[in-house]
Design a protein around this ligand. Structure first.
Ligand SMILES: Cc1cc2nc3c(=O)[nH]c(=O)nc-3n(C[C@H](O)[C@H](O)[C@H](O)COP(=O)(O)OP(=O)(O)OC[C@H]3O[C@@H](n4cnc5c(N)ncnc54)[C@H](O)[C@@H]3O)c2cc1C
Length: 814
């Protein structure tokens, strides 16, 4: 074995091979792949995956990964044998709810540029003659879905990588990773030691074990998943081709099917979650006996699914189960993959919890990321650093991974919160919110009031339009009343869940300046809204930076990834400290025309417009509570974000609530908050823009100062500016104000699916249904007519001048 190399990849499953293929295609030559099992039927999850590739997914990222993979599997071959079969995929609906949801999925597919169509039961049966068409209401057909031959694709990619210089060693177990000064130095194996500065762990469900070698927590759990091949099916007699029928999903029963030659494969998620400890997995598979990723089949768990299979595909009644398994693969707390570099050990990367469907896309993304620092698609939902610290606990990982197993094929509403473990994180205002009848949803573990039942009386005399069933879930007309009352008087919004960091030290200003697009060298007491870009000028986050002192900044962020990004860019000289202060602080937004009267009534400090201008920050006291007040508002009203330490939070709320009674104060929930910010045109990172967009396209050019010093992404941004926008984020209003959409719906321009909705809400002040959307630049003019598809129906909408509410900023600057 080599004494040294530039990169070691651990694992030659589909992910490891895809990473090796893409790294070498990007010019890397010294690549060594180590696999504890034999090449390429190595005994991991890839070895027995039947290879179904359904591309439709609520996540654009996952669909993009799958789309790329499907194309690549089709190109790969081994000795003339293809690695991909584009036979199409059908998801059938048995229940009315599922049929209705398939219309939404058809919309999702269209939004993400995936061709699909809804077909009748008879059309389904034409494509899959075994189907009992009387059992179903129809199906969603995706012509480009199909089958991947996982093991064959491993070999194909390994051959390509080998031609470019990579070395693959089977039956070589990685036993340790040496680090020095926070960097990878070498990999130890049972066959010797290799010096390297870069390790990419593609160890699948063994990932936590490899992670532990460098002290990194890898939040995944191997789960058993049942799969069986039948004996030959009479109706398929004589069929010798690998696969001709489209792959089939039966989500009402959490099942999937594929044909292979003259028999059928049946997979199910209908059974109980059966987790396994990563430490209990075998490691010494040598190509004989049982693979470590297969456990004893438990027929009693499979029985209901087998019954269902024979109802959906009656010709299976004459077949038997032939090869059966409880196969193992990885699940994570939110069902997404785990990609990225260790926070603490430079040069240690992971790419785990990845399906065959997404593996080749992941291979490309990882190679781009490692090579240039920037993946070409938004990977926020796959970034291993997206999790909060509590999600590293074994109890959480287990509970949530079991849930994500149960939900693999469920209909998940975009607002649906996790059910367990709850309540997990609660702001100091939580007891009062409960008293006010808060309807809580959950985000990043936080209990967040969506609306308050106590505000029901506010409905009197208001005409809040009702919603259809889907948009009306996790919603109440009270939302509309809270929205309007915020604009009429004053409301308290719990902003505690906002990620906050303190950045301090003599190098703090220069550090923040380098990471952001704005000009931050302002006197203490000023606040700036600015952007963090990646090196390709994609928007990594939008943040507010409050300068509280010469060397002291408080930064409002979008999540744990922002902290990780900052930490990664810290200068090595100790001149800057970044501290996540979220859990130790709380924040209440006091917003509305009477906000000043309310806050001033509690303070000796001067909250007048002259003394405390817009986008300023001050330390002050509200009665006995020391606060940091930032004069800004995400809802477009006069007011302040008021921060204090968690211990004083309840007191702060009580003071505001009591004094607020004279001003008609209400508590407002997240749903009103969201509608207010959309009406005001304020973007939400993640929904409205991601790293796939530049600031000019997103309408955030005002937050960019190109004439100042250098910042991450500046060079690329200049280039992007020269090239002009590739698409634009626009505000549209649906012509029919009764139609309220949810986000992610396709947008049709001149009869062509050309964009998608990002955020949407009913604007209870402007009295219109609003949908922000990405559209081609030529359709971005105010007045342009587009159509938004919602559950299969297209609704006309018009691009509007934004912001719809208070464009002159009279409210906020009052
Ligand atoms: C029954 C079943 C059905 C499935 N069906 C589908 C499907 O239809 N479609 C789909 O997209 N996905 C499917 N999956 C999921 C899919 O198989 C996996 O998600 C995918 O194969 C994971 O690939 P991987 O490369 O990450 O992991 P693996 O294939 O497990 O590869 C990891 C490799 O790392 C090696 N390794 C671990 N530790 C070490 C070490 N210390 N030293 C050296 N090597 C090490 C292992 O031996 C292993 O070969 C299915 C899974 C199962 C079990």
């Amino acid at each position: 074995m080599e004494a040294s190399t530039r990169v070691v990849i651990v694992g030659a499953g589909i992910v490891g091979c895809a990473v090796a293929d893409h790294l070498t295609s990007m010019g890397w030559r010294d690549v060594v792949v180590l696999e504890q099992g034999p090449l390429f039927e190595a005994g991991g999850s890839t070895s027995h995956a039947p290879g179904l590739m359904f591309q439709t997914n609520p996540s654009k990222t996952m669909t993009d990964l799958a789309k790329y993979g499907v194309g690549r599997y089709a190109e790969l071959e081994v000795d003339g044998q293809p690695c991909g079969y584009g036979v199409g995929g059908i998801e059938v609906a048995e229940t009315p709810e599922r049929w209705h949801d398939l219309k939404r999925k058809h919309g999702l597919a269209t939004s993400w540029g995936l061709e699909s169509c809804l077909i009748s039961p008879e059309e389904c049966a034409e494509k899959i003659p075994l189907l009992n068409s009387s059992k179903i209401r129809g199906g969603l057909f995706v012509p480009s879905d199909g089958i991947a031959k996982g093991v064959r694709a491993c070999e194909a990619m390994a051959r390509l990588a080998t031609e470019r210089g990579a070395k693959f060693h089977g039956e070589t177990e990685v036993t340790g990773i040496e680090t020095r000064n926070g960097r990878v130095r070498a990999v130890e194996t049972d066959k010797g030691r290799i010096e390297t500065e870069l390790v990419v762990s593609c160890a699948g469900m063994w990932g936590p074990r490899i992670g532990r070698m460098v002290g990194m927590n890898v939040p995944l759990v191997p789960m058993q998943h049942q799969f069986a091949w039948t004996t030959p099916v009479a109706e398929l007699a004589g069929e010798t081709r690998e696969v001709v029928h489209p792959i089939l999903r039966h989500q009402d029963f959490s099942m999937y099917f594929r044909q292979r030659r003259d028999h059928y494969g049946i997979g199910t998620y209908e059974h109980r979650p059966m987790p396994v400890s990563p430490d209990d997995l075998g490691r010494k598979y040598r190509g004989r006996g049982k693979m470590p990723s297969i456990l004893e089949f438990t027929p009693e768990d499979f029985e209901p699914s087998w019954r269902e299979a024979r109802e959906l595909l009656p010709p299976l009644q004459d077949a038997e189960l032939d090869v059966t398994m409880n196969g193992l693969f990885s699940f994570t707390p939110d069902g997404g993959p785990l990609l990225g570099e260790s926070r603490d050990v430079k040069g240690f990367w992971i790419a785990e919890a990845v399906w065959v469907t997404h593996a080749i896309g992941v291979g490309r993304v990882m190679a781009e990321w490692i090579t240039s620092g920037v993946p070409s698609i938004d990977i926020a939902s796959a970034d291993v650093h997206r999790f909060e610290p509590y999600s590293s606990s074994p109890a959480y990982i287990l509970a949530r991974s079991a849930q994500s197993f149960r939900e693999v094929y469920d209909i998940i509403h975009p607002e649906q919160p996790m059910e367990e473990p709850r309540p997990l994180r609660a702001s100091p205002f939580y007891p009062r919110q409960k008293e006010l009848g808060a309807y809580f949803l959950e985000a990043s573990g936080w209990e967040r009031p969506h609306w308050y039942e106590a505000n029901e009386p506010l409905l009197a005399g208001r005409d809040i339009p009702d919603r259809e069933a889907w948009a009306g879930r996790y919603w109440s007309p009270i939302v509309g009343a809270e929205h309007q009352a915020t604009r009429e008087r004053v409301a308290l919004y719990d902003m505690t869940s906002l990620k906050k960091a303190e950045v301090t030290g003599p190098g703090a200003l220069a550090f923040l300046q380098r990471l952001t697009t704005g000009r931050l060298d302002k006197p203490a007491g000023k606040v700036a809204y600015t952007l963090m870009l990646d090196a390709a000028a994609g928007i990594r986050s939008d943040i507010t930076v409050a300068r509280l002192g010469e060397e002291h900044f408080q930064v409002g962020l979008n999540g744990p990834r922002d902290i990780e990004w900052m930490e990664r860019h810290l200068p090595g000289d100790g001149s800057v400290q970044v501290r996540d202060i979220t859990s130790g602080t709380c924040c209440v937004g006091v917003w509305g025309p009477s906000a000043r009267d309310l806050v001033q009534s509690l303070s000796e400090d001067d909250f007048s417009n002259e003394a405390f201008g817009f986008f300023n920050a001050r330390r002050a006291y509200l009665r006995e509570v020391p606060v940091t007040a930032l004069r800004l508002s995400y809802v477009g009203e006069l007011g302040w974000e008021i921060y204090t330490t968690a211990d004083l939070g309840l007191r702060l709320w009580d003071l505001l609530w009591k004094a607020g009674q004279s001003y008609g104060v209400i508590a407002g929930g997240r749903a009103a908050f969201n509608a207010l910010r959309i009406e005001k045109g304020y973007r939400a990172w993640g929904a409205d823009m991601t790293t796939e967009h530049d600031p000019f396209e997103a309408g955030l050019g005002f937050a960019v100062k190109l004439d100042g010093g250098d910042f991450v992404g500046k060079e690329a941004l200049l280039e992007r500016k020269r090239e002009g926008p590739r698409r634009r984020l626009v505000c549209t209003m649906l012509d029919d104000p009764r139609v309220v959409v949810m986000g992610k719906e396709p947008v049709w321009c001149d009869g062509r699916a050309a964009g998608y909705v990002t955020s949407a809400a009913y604007g209870y002040t402007v009295g219109r249904s609003i949908a922000y959307a990405w559209v081609p630049p030529e359709h971005a003019e105010v007045g342009s007519k587009v159509e938004i598809e919602y559950f299969g129906e297209r609704h006309p909408a018009t691009v509007a001048e934004e912001p719809l509410f208070d464009p002159a900023m009279k409210r906020m600057r009052a």
